[in-house]
Every structure is written in structure tokens, then in C-alpha cells.
Design a protein around this ligand. Structure first.
Ligand code: PMP
Length: 463
């Protein structure tokens, strides 16, 4: 009997093998990779191409990093220039022409009052490292150690390294209510809710029996990103500035995600005119490469040499890419463009909200947009004067919408307290047509997810 050759088994496409090996070899703590099973091989502007040849509009933008989208020509050119020049790529925190240019460009964008009297500390390359630096700075400057932070805040993931090195003072944080219109903790929303949040802060700080020792600093995000896209009202920001100033508490603005034009102003603090004592900057300032700094009033510069160190504080390619990005955003008024396009997208999403009871709230500033998905058939959780009843968040629907978006070639991020907020962080360079396509694909995905029986799938973590 003739032995027949077994039919050749078709090899699985390369991207499937890569995804399978990732699932086998990478950590259980991996995040985006779970909900976005794609293998990017090429990218330009807002478009990512997967190893399977599919193309996606990217509204995640490296978690808000890519102000100019992927591989912008001015960014690539700046990187190539450094490489071709023969300049050293690793220099710790030594002075270089590249760093000098970056600092000059960054200072040119800062609020004048701060820029005229600012110092900069280059930190380890992640936003969280710059947040740590900011805390050390204000503690060294004022001798106080306690911190004020807000509900829903996200400032990073580091914990313990300094403790393990034997040099960490205990971190005590007093948590204050961040104003939220939709799920106002005081049940009123709007200006009244923001006023109550400010009053609570004032009262707690001035109450000798409040249990809050005089803090070194207050840290806040002008628009909370990971917390679910919650813009701080401008008047509330000014109140926080007054409250901190009157009590000699340093105000730290974490602009890691809101910076470089994203919210419609170059820095989000500009909307309110608030000049913070310290600004924490990362993500977009590195032009898609890792870079993090703090800039602060020179008066605070009282820490010791080596008070905040790190091997990778001198990333020359990131500084060159960052300087090119900052200059491009400034010269092309992309912050303004983000404001205009963002307002247009917000209006369209709000109109969509009036057709879909599963859209509980649409909010944002500039090109930092959030759509909170809810279960309209469940018992309302809170009642606010402004918004009426607010049904509970629907993380399963949000996860289903994210998957339906992906099927339609749109990458979106989830965030918020319950991972029920679909977040849009497109690059500031997106065209009118792309903005329309994003909303169209989202609307289509929402309709499909609402119909889908699988929408009860368990939502995973998103960061
Ligand atoms: N602050 C804010 C406001 C952020 O959004 C983030 C990251 N999402 C961080 C700090 C931490 O930055 P990194 O992930 O680079 O440590």
C-alpha cells in the first residue's frame, strides 16, 4: 500500500504565533495587550498596520503620548540627525547641545511666570519617576512630608524602591474629592459640586481637629485621564491655587497626560490661568520616546545633589524628538486645532448620547474625550441636580464596544473607576476626515455591542 504524504498543514499566520508566544511568555500583569490583540509592524500618523495586514485608526496614541501621531517626519528627522552626528546617546545628566535645545524649547512653552524663574530636573524616563521627584522636591523645600491628592487620581505605579533602598519616609496622603459633574459625590454636580469640593478641602485644612497635618503639597491633574476623563472646572482650579498659596502648600500640576496641546491649550493649566509651583511632564514631551522632567519655581530648589538620581536621565534621542515635537505643536498651533476638533467631536458624541441611553455621559477637553457607558435598565446609583439619575457604569458594554471598535479598525482605550469609560486620545494631527471616521466607527461599534449577546463578557484591566 502506497504511503501517502500527509497534507501540509497551513502554517498559522506569523501574527498569531507572536500573540500566542506573548500570552505564554509575558506577565499576567500585562494590560493593553489583552484587549488589543494586534501586532503592530508599521505606523504613520494616526494609522497602525498589524502583521496581519489590517489597518487601524489609533485613538490610544501610546496612552496619550503621541501628540504628532506615529513616526512624524519631523520627529524621525530629529532622531536621525542625532544619530548621524555621532553624538553620544548615553550621557547620564551631563550637559549636551541636544539637552540645551530641548530645555530652551520647553521653557519657551511654559506659562511665562513660571518660565522666567524655573528650574528643571531630568528624571528617570517614566512619568511616575517625575512624580516621585516632585514629592521629594517639595518635602526637601518645606520640611513637611504629607501630601494632598484627589479621588480618581492617577500619578503612576512606583512604590517601594526607595523603601527597599532604606531611604523612604512614610508617604501619607489625604484624599480629597475631585469635582465630578456626572457622579458628583455630593449629589449636586456642576458649579455647586465643585464649590463643595473646594469647601471641604478648605475646611479640612483649617480644622485643628481635622486630622490632617500641614501638607507639603497638593497634586492634581487638570483633566483626570485614567480616572475617567474628568476635566477640573477652571474656577475650581483657581480655588485650589488660592487655597494652597494661602497655606504655603506647593501646588503640583501633573500634566503628564494633559500636556503639549492635548486639551486645547499647550498646558492644561493655561485654561484657568493657574501657575503651579511644580509641573510634572512626560509622555508627549519625548516625542514618542521616554522622557520625564519636573519644572518648578527656583525657590523650591533646595534639595541636595543626588536627591533624585537615575541612570537614564539623559536620553538624547528623546530630547531631540521631544524638542521637535514641542516646536511643531507650537509653530502649527496644534493646541488650538485640538480645541476646535475636540469640541466638534464632543458635540457629535453628545448627540449620539441623546440617541443611546447606554451613553451616560460624554465629557472631555480638547482631544481628551471620554464616553461613560452605563446600564440604563439598572437601578440609578446617584441623583444629581444637573444630570438627573445616573445609572451604574457598564464595564461589560465598554469592553464589548472596545472589541467592536477594533473589528472596525479603531483602537480605543478604556478608563474610569470601573473601566466603563471609552477614552479617545487621538493625535493632534488628526484630519477632519479622520475625526469623522472615529465618531462614525465608534457609533457603529456601540450599536453592534448593544445588540451583541456576548456583551456580558468580563471586562479586563485597561492600563
Ligand atoms: N500621571 C498621569 C496623569 C498619567 O496619566 C500617567 C500615565 N498614564 C502617569 C502619571 C504615569 O506615567 P508613566 O506611566 O510614564 O509612569
Amino acid at each position: 500500500m502506497a504511503v501517502t504524504e500527509p497534507a501540509p498543514v497551513a502554517a498559522p499566520p506569523a501574527h498569531e504565533g507572536i500573540l500566542r508566544r506573548q500570552a505564554l511568555r509575558e506577565s499576567a500583569a500585562r494590560t493593553y495587550a489583552r484587549s488589543l490583540p494586534i501586532v503592530p509592524v508599521r505606523a504613520r500618523g494616526m494609522t497602525i498596520e498589524g502583521a496581519d495586514g489590517r489597518r487601524y485608526l489609533d485613538c490610544l496614541s501610546g496612552a496619550g503620548t503621541l501628540a504628532l501621531g506615529h513616526n512624524h517626519p519631523v520627529v524621525l528627522e530629529a532622531i536621525r540627525k542625532v544619530i548621524d552626528s555621532g553624538a553620544p546617546l548615553h550621557v547620564l545628566d551631563l550637559a549636551t547641545p541636544v539637552k540645551d535645545d530641548f530645555t530652551t524649547e520647553l521653557f519657551a512653552t511654559l506659562p511665562r511666570e513660571l518660565a522666567d524663574d524655573a528650574r528643571i530636573q531630568f528624571c528617570g524616563p517614566a512619568g511616575t519617576d517625575a512624580v516621585e521627584a516632585a514629592f521629594k522636591l517639595v518635602r526637601a523645600a518645606g520640611g513637611r512630608s504629607e501630601l494632598l491628592a484627589f479621588t480618581g487620581a492617577y500619578h503612576g505605579m512606583t512604590a517601594g524602591a526607595l523603601g527597599a533602598s532604606g531611604g523612604a519616609p512614610e508617604v501619607r496622603v489625604t484624599r480629597l474629592p475631585f469635582p465630578q459633574n456626572y457622579r458628583c459625590p455630593f449629589g449636586v454636580g456642576g458649579e455647586r459640586g465643585a464649590d463643595l469640593s473646594a469647601r471641604w478641602t478648605e475646611h479640612l485644612l483649617d480644622d485643628p481637629k481635622g486630622g490632617v497635618p500641614a501638607p507639603a503639597a497638593m497634586i492634581l491633574e487638570p483633566v483626570q485621564g485614567e480616572g475617567g476623563v474628568n476635566p477640573a472646572p477652571d474656577e475650581w482650579m483657581r480655588r485650589m491655587r488660592r487655597i494652597t498659596q494661602e497655606r504655603s502648600i506647593a501646588l503640583i500640576a501633573d500634566e503628564v497626560q494633559t500636556g503639549v496641546g492635548r486639551t486645547g491649550a499647550f498646558w492644561a493649566v493655561e485654561h484657568s490661568g493657574v501657575v503651579p509651583d511644580v509641573m510634572v511632564l512626560s509622555k508627549a514631551i519625548g516625542g514618542s520616546l521616554p522622557l520625564a522632567v519636573i519644572v518648578y519655581r527656583s525657590e523650591l530648589d533646595r534639595w541636595q545633589p543626588g536627591a533624585h538620581a537615575g541612570t537614564f536621565r539623559g536620553n538624547q534621542l528623546a530630547m531631540a524628538a521631544g524638542a521637535a515635537t514641542l516646536a511643531f505643536v507650537r509653530e502649527n498651533r496644534l493646541a488650538e486645532r485640538a480645541g476646535i476638533l475636540g469640541a466638534r467631536m464632543l458635540a457629535r458624541l453628545q448627540a449620539l448620547g441623546s440617541e443611546h441611553p447606554s451613553i451616560g455621559d460624554v465629557r472631555g477637553r480638547g482631544l481628551m474625550l471620554g464616553i461613560e457607558l452605563v446600564d440604563p435598565e439598572a437601578e440609578p446609583l446617584t441623583v444629581t441636580a444637573e444630570t438627573g439619575s445616573a445609572p451604574p457604569p457598564d464595564p461589560a458594554l465598554a469592553a464589548a464596544v472596545q472589541q467592536e471598535c477594533l473589528h472596525r479598525g479603531l483602537i480605543v482605550e478604556l478608563g474610569g473607576r470601573h473601566s466603563a469609560v471609552v477614552r479617545l486620545l487621538p493625535p493632534l494631527t488628526l484630519t477632519d476626515e479622520q475625526a469623522t471616521a472615529v465618531v462614525d466607527r465608534f457609533a457603529d461599534a456601540l450599536r453592534a455591542a448593544e445588540r451583541s449577546p456576548s456583551r456580558r463578557a468580563v471586562a479586563g484591566p485597561t492600563r
